[in-house]
Design a protein around this ligand. Structure first.
Ligand SMILES: [Zn+2]
Length: 243
């Protein structure tokens, strides 16, 4: 995967950019702090504003080096210089739940003999799910992991991003924890890892917190059997909007 601007500058929410192309309902910009989504994580949302108007950005579509920002208004015709504004609350909500999904993943991996992730979805409304390759386990045991997850949130562990040589990473057990959502290496052969101090380290291209204490506690709302090998674990912020 490419190294995104939001990877290099995770605190950048507002910046200027040039319109490089426009089509009905979309605009391509010279640079963008938006996370385009991927690996089960929804994209950033926000607005762009230019001298002639303002439009909501609902998604990002990458075509080679061109980042098309999808606009809610199909008649918007941005031109020249624009101000890009990423919705910080949405970013924080998604990054929180995503970081928490790593913590949950760490406990599932440790408790259930290296069970791998088979799918994930982190939504913008404070709800998410992870699918694990978990045959023959008691769903109550999975549900009980919420306590351990919330304990890590309370402890306030540092979350950092590091890049390692992808060839080295391939030989380190447990690093590529996902069967379907891990990112490919960067063009120069590096793999992006998210490290939760002393708890977990895994390959990921999403957005995350810098400390686990920035997240609200979560609840595991449901554990479902999805096929013989799959458990779907649904979670949400405690007291949030999820079900
Ligand atoms: Zn992640």
């Amino acid at each position: 995967m490419a190294v995104y601007l939001c990877h290099e500058q995770p605190d950048l929410y507002v910046h200027d950019a040039q319109v490089v192309d426009v089509r009905p309902g979309a605009v391509a910009l010279s640079s963008s702090a938006f996370h385009p989504g991927g690996g089960g994580q929804v994209n950033d949302i926000g607005v762009i504003e230019w001298s002639g108007g303002i439009a909501s950005v609902t998604g990002v579509e990458i075509d080679g080096d061109v980042w098309w920002h999808l606009l809610s208004d199909p008649d918007a015709t941005p031109s020249g210089e624009v101000q890009v504004r990423v919705d910080a609350e949405h970013r924080l909500r998604v990054a929180s739940l995503h970081t928490t999904s790593h913590i949950l993943n760490a406990f599932v991996f440790a408790e259930f003999e290296g069970a791998l992730v088979t799918g994930a979805q982190i939504n913008g409304d404070g709800t998410g799910r992870m699918d694990f390759d978990l045959p023959e386990v008691d769903n109550d045991k999975v549900r009980a992991l919420a306590g351990a997850v919330n304990d890590v949130i309370t402890r306030g562990l540092t979350v950092s991003t590091i890049y390692v040589d992808a060839a080295d990473a391939a030989t380190t057990a447990g690093l590529v924890r996902s069967m379907s959502v891990a990112p490919p290496p960067t063009p120069d052969g590096r793999l992006r890892l998210i490290d939760i101090d002393g708890l977990d380290r895994q390959a990921c291209g999403g957005t995350h917190l810098t400390n686990t204490a920035q997240s609200q506690p979560i609840v595991i709302t449901k554990v479902e059997n999805k096929g013989r090998h799959n458990r779907r674990v649904r979670f949400a912020f405690d007291g949030g909007t999820g079900s």
